[in-house]
Write a protein that binds this ligand. Structure first.
Ligand SMILES: Cc1cc2nc3c(=O)[nH]c(=O)nc-3n(C[C@H](O)[C@H](O)[C@H](O)COP(=O)(O)OP(=O)(O)OC[C@H]3O[C@@H](n4cnc5c(N)ncnc54)[C@H](O)[C@@H]3O)c2cc1C
Length: 264
């Protein structure tokens, strides 16, 4: 890894100013994605601006019918939260199965969403639950946030401050984890709530997406059997050493049925 400057701002305003002063700066949260990327030489920022310790990015609370989670909240904090368990148990389950204990203790919600790995779990939760990403300057609806492989609607210096999850009537997440990393070979979030029925798929393609055919079938009847006759297209899905596009398409159907059966 090449040398870099390190900055510890006191607040979001200070973080924005530090990044502006840097030649090619990057924010650092839990470091569970950025540090490996730097070690591999795929990124070489001149400066790291740490967001850890910023009070504005902390906290987890219910506001009316929305669960508001700070971008700096770790996966472990979500997995251990009784508030999350009560409001959106599916989210607690999802966070509890990210990586291993070390990753969950360091990695953050905001870091996962900004990085937008095509096999990450949180993007499926944000898109499936129809959440809103609140940044230092605006609110971005989930449907407008994810832009494909490692791409998001964020400006280069924009900071995710919190995510607002509407509390669904019922939701569940089912994942087929990669045996080594625990990233999703395929993961499916199913939610039924004020925004209708939403099905978000991660791991299967170059970015998280909503499955129109599964949503249509569940609108007709919200039951696992409603998905039995649905064919999930493999066009555009990923083929690699771990699974063909056809295998991933098959998994999407299987996991969607499991998620619907587990919805509560
Ligand atoms: C071994 C291993 C296994 C893993 N398994 C899984 C898994 O099963 N499922 C899964 O979903 N993920 C998995 N991950 C990824 C993990 O969840 C990371 O924690 C997460 O992707 C990044 O979060 P972070 O806080 O570590 O961000 P960092 O690595 O610090 O940052 C990642 C990117 O986000 C930017 N960033 C960070 N915070 C913000 C913010 N608030 N606003 C704007 N930009 C920001 C940074 O500049 C950087 O570009 C795994 C990682 C490892 C190393």
């Amino acid at each position: 890894m090449q040398d870099f400057g390190f900055h510890r701002p006191a607040d979001v305003k200070g973080a924005l100013a530090s990044l502006k002063r840097a030649a090619e700066g990057k924010y650092l949260a839990g470091g569970q994605s950025l540090i490996p990327v730097m070690k591999l030489g795929l990124a070489a920022p001149s400066d790291l601006v740490t967001l850890s310790g910023l009070a504005e990015l902390k906290g987890l609370r219910l506001e009316g019918r929305e669960l508001v989670i700070g971008a700096g909240v770790t996966h472990a904090e979500v997995a251990e939260s009784t508030e999350v368990k009560k409001a959106i148990p599916a989210l607690r389950e999802l966070a509890g199965h990210i990586g291993d204990a070390q990753v969950r203790n360091r990695g953050t919600l905001g870091g996962s969403l900004a990085h937008n790995d095509p096999a990450a779990d949180y993007p499926a939760a944000v898109l499936g639950l129809g959440a809103t990403v609140q940044t230092d300057r605006r609110r971005i609806a989930a449907d407008a946030y994810f832009k494909g492989l490692f791409q998001t609607a964020l400006e280069p210096d924009e900071i995710i401050v919190q995510v607002r999850f509407p509390v669904p009537e019922r939701a569940a997440y089912a994942k087929f984890p990669h045996p080594a990393s625990r990233f999703a070979l395929v993961g499916v979030m199913v939610a039924k709530g004020a925004g209708g029925i939403r099905v978000a798929v991660t791991g299967a393609g170059p970015g998280v997406y909503r499955s129109a055919e599964l949503e249509r079938a569940l609108q007709a009847r919200f039951a696992p059997e409603a998905l039995t006759s649905v064919t999930v297209p493999s066009t555009g899905l990923t083929s690699d050493a771990f699974g063909s596009a056809e295998y991933r398409a098959h998994l999407v159907g299987v996991l969607a049925r499991r998620a619907v059966a587990a919805c509560r």
